[in-house]
Every structure is written in structure tokens, then in C-alpha cells.
Write a protein that binds this ligand. Structure first.
Ligand SMILES: Nc1nc2c([nH]c(=O)n2[C@@H]2O[C@H](COP(=O)(O)OP(=O)(O)OP(=O)(O)O)[C@@H](O)[C@H]2O)c(=O)[nH]1
Length: 343
């Protein structure tokens, strides 16, 4: 779970200058990301950051990004998409950073401003460079989140063997984040579902994948998992400090469920709750029509993009998602895709 104090765009309530910045998360196909070391003549000299800089008046984020990466690295951006916009309060100013993923460019990045450059594998901890600017730590952490999130729909004991075979295929194909979610388990009740959860967990761990447990399951299971995924209503109650039935909403989540914290969201208020709780990510939808919500139209990509832009944390798109929609999801600001059937 991350530090919950970073709300987006608090304005300059503290009387500090408010600065808007576009920062490039320049990614090679092997997952490595480009960092730059700030030159000696700038504030925070020697600290590492993502390439980018301040928006000029009238510029969009993507325009500022393209200009800055040309000036700083001498590359032409050909494929960039918004990712997470995050606000950090420094002692002297408030910086709103629009982190954008850059997956296509022309030219070889080179130092144009006396900075030092390094390609690093974000999964390595500690990173093999010096200290990162405080506001640059969250995006490096978010890069460790897989971009596909599989949610179980086993149904009951009768379906378990077939499901485990499907899960094995998904894990072998590279899925590294799974959520056990069985709100209507059919069979011999909770004990049976608990045994199924443990089997799913073991299978995930054999592949180095993390398995979160949905908050529809008893709190007593949560510490066994690699994190918890809160339903939207549970997250709103917890964010408001209201005790939920069957769970002690006032107990700090970290003490009940160490590890990752995911939150389901359908509205801006749900995303606010996710951020207030310091969630690592949210799952927003449903975006496209899906058999899980028959007769209910999806929110569509335009609304998804609008909500994701202000979320302040990585957002997975859910509803009608599959490998075929991953590029669309990224273009609209998603970190990745989540789903039951086609992940
Ligand atoms: N490009 C970039 N800036 C960041 C990151 N993290 C972070 O806090 N910042 C802050 O965002 C602002 C970026 O502005 P900038 O690079 O255009 O300007 P600067 O203050 O370095 O100097 P300058 O305006 O004199 O060139 C700085 O205040 C910097 O501290 C990051 O990862 N990348």
C-alpha cells in the first residue's frame, strides 16, 4: 500500500506555486525505463528523475512531453499515452506530474542538457542509481504492477478442476496478478471456498504471480493472500471510517492485509476513496458491454479516460477487455486490463 497523502491537484491552497509537468516513462520492449540525473546547476542536483519538464502556456501534456524529450534527449516521440497524473507537495512548491508512457520514438536518447542517463529495470530493488526525486518514486513502484489482472469466476466446487487447468494456462502465458473473487460460491459453504482459495493461491505462487483476495471473503483470509481487493462499497465505507458488517472497518488495512491494495471503482467518488486509502491501483468499469452486466451499457472509453485522468493512481480497465483492447486501454490512460474471461 502506498502513501495516501498525495491527492491530485490540491491547487495552491498552501500558497505555494503550482507547477504542471509532463514526464516521460520511456519504456523499451524488455521493460527497462530511462532515468536522467539532474545536472549540477538545477534544483535537486544529482537526483534522478524521469525526463520531462514544465508545460508552457497553451500546451497540452503530450505536446509538452514531445517538446521536452526533443530538447533533453533529441528523440522524436511517435507513441505516447497518458498514464497517471500525480500531485506532490514539495517544501517550496506543488508539482502536478502527468506521467506518460512512451513506447515509440525515433532516435537514440542522448544527453542534451549535461544530465547523465541510465536505462534501469524497474523490478530491481534497490534501483542501481542514486536517489530518485520524491515524486518520481511512485511511478517506479507502479511499473512493477503487471498490466493484466485476472479475476476468478469458478462458481463452486464442481468447477474447480476445470478452472485450475484454465488458470495454469493463463499463468503459463504470463499472467502475474490474480484476484480470488467468488461472491456466490456453490457447494459446501465457506470452508470449501477457502480450500479453493488456497489452491488458487498456491498455483499462482508456483508461477511467481500474486493473488489478491476480494473483500467479499472473510477478513480472516486476507493475511494469507498477497493483498486484498476491496469492493467499491467496502472502500467507500473504510475511507469514511464506517464499520462494515462482518469486517472491522476501523482497523488499519495494513494490519489486516499486508501487501497490495486494489479497489473497484465505478465513479469519481470511488476513485477518491481508493486514493484516500492509499490503494496501489483501482479497477474502473465497466468500460465496454460485458456478459457480467447484461443489459447495462458500459461507460465507454471517453468517460473512462476522463475518470482515469484524475484518479492519481494506476487504473485498470474492466468490462469487455482482452489482449485486443490493451492498446485502446493504454491510449485512454489505463495501466492495464482486468477481466474474468479473456485475460
Ligand atoms: N521531469 C521531471 N520533473 C520532476 C520529476 N519528479 C519531480 O518531482 N519533478 C519536478 O518537476 C519539475 C520539473 O521542472 P523542469 O525540469 O522543467 O524544471 P527544473 O526545476 O528542473 O529547472 P528549469 O525550469 O530551470 O529547467 C521540477 O520541480 C522537478 O523537481 C520527474 O520524474 N521528472
Amino acid at each position: 500500500m502506498s502513501d495516501p497523502t498525495h491527492a491530485p491537484a490540491p491547487g495552491d491552497a498552501a500558497g505555494k506555486p503550482f507547477i504542471r509537468v509532463a514526464a516521460g516513462v520511456i519504456l523499451k520492449p524488455d521493460g527497462s525505463v530511462l532515468l536522467g540525473r539532474r545536472p549540477a546547476d538545477k534544483p535537486w542536483p544529482g537526483w534522478w528523475e524521469l525526463p520531462g519538464g514544465k508545460l508552457e502556456p497553451g500546451e497540452t501534456v503530450l505536446e509538452a512531453l514531445a517538446r521536452e524529450l526533443k530538447e533533453e534527449l533529441d528523440i522524436e516521440v511517435t507513441d505516447a499515452s497518458p498514464w497517471v497524473t500525480y500531485t506532490h507537495e514539495y517544501p517550496k512548491n506543488i508539482v502536478q506530474l502527468a506521467f506518460c508512457q512512451v513506447r515509440g520514438w525515433v532516435g537514440e536518447p542522448r544527453c542534451m542538457e549535461d544530465q547523465q542517463l541510465a536505462w534501469v529495470d524497474p523490478s530491481r530493488t534497490p534501483l542501481p542509481v542514486g536517489p530518485l526525486l520524491p515524486a518520481t518514486e511512485p511511478p517506479l513502484r507502479w511499473l512493477r504492477l503487471p498490466d493484466r489482472y485476472l479475476i476468478t469466476a469458478i462458481g463452486g466446487a464442481d468447477g474447480l478442476a476445470a478452472y485450475l487447468a484454465r488458470l495454469e494456462k493463463a499463468l503459463s502465458a504470463g499472467v502475474r496478478l490474480v484476484q480470488f473473487r467468488e461472491p456466490a460460491w456453490a457447494g459446501n459453504g465457506a470452508e470449501d471456498a477457502h480450500a479453493a482459495f488456497r489452491r488458487v493461491l498456491r498455483q499462482c505462487r508456483r508461477h511467481g504471480a500474486r493473488c489478491l483476495v476480494n473483500s467479499c471473503h472473510p477478513e480472516s483470509w486476507w493475511a494469507e493472500a498477497d493483498g486484498v481487493h476491496l469492493r467499491a462499497a467496502d472502500a467507500r465505507l473504510r475511507a469514511a471510517g464506517v464499520p462494515a458488517s462482518g469486517a472491522d472497518a476501523t482497523r488499519p488495512l495494513q494490519s489486516v492485509a499486508p501487501g497490495l491494495l486494489g479497489v473497484s471503482a465505478h465513479t469519481a467518488a470511488d476513485l477518491d476513496a481508493a486514493r484516500a486509502l492509499g490503494a496501489d491501483f483501482a479497477v474502473l468499469g465497466h468500460v465496454l458491454d460485458t456478459p457480467s452486466h447484461p443489459g447495462q451499457a458500459g461507460m465507454g472509453w471517453a468517460r473512462f479516460a476522463e475518470l482515469a485522468r484524475d484518479a492519481g493512481l494506476p487504473v485498470f480497465a474492466i468490462g469487455g477487455q482482452s489482449e485486443a483492447t490493451l492498446a485502446d486501454a493504454r491510449r485512454h490512460g489505463a495501466h492495464g486490463i482486468a477481466g474474468i474471461r479473456r485475460i
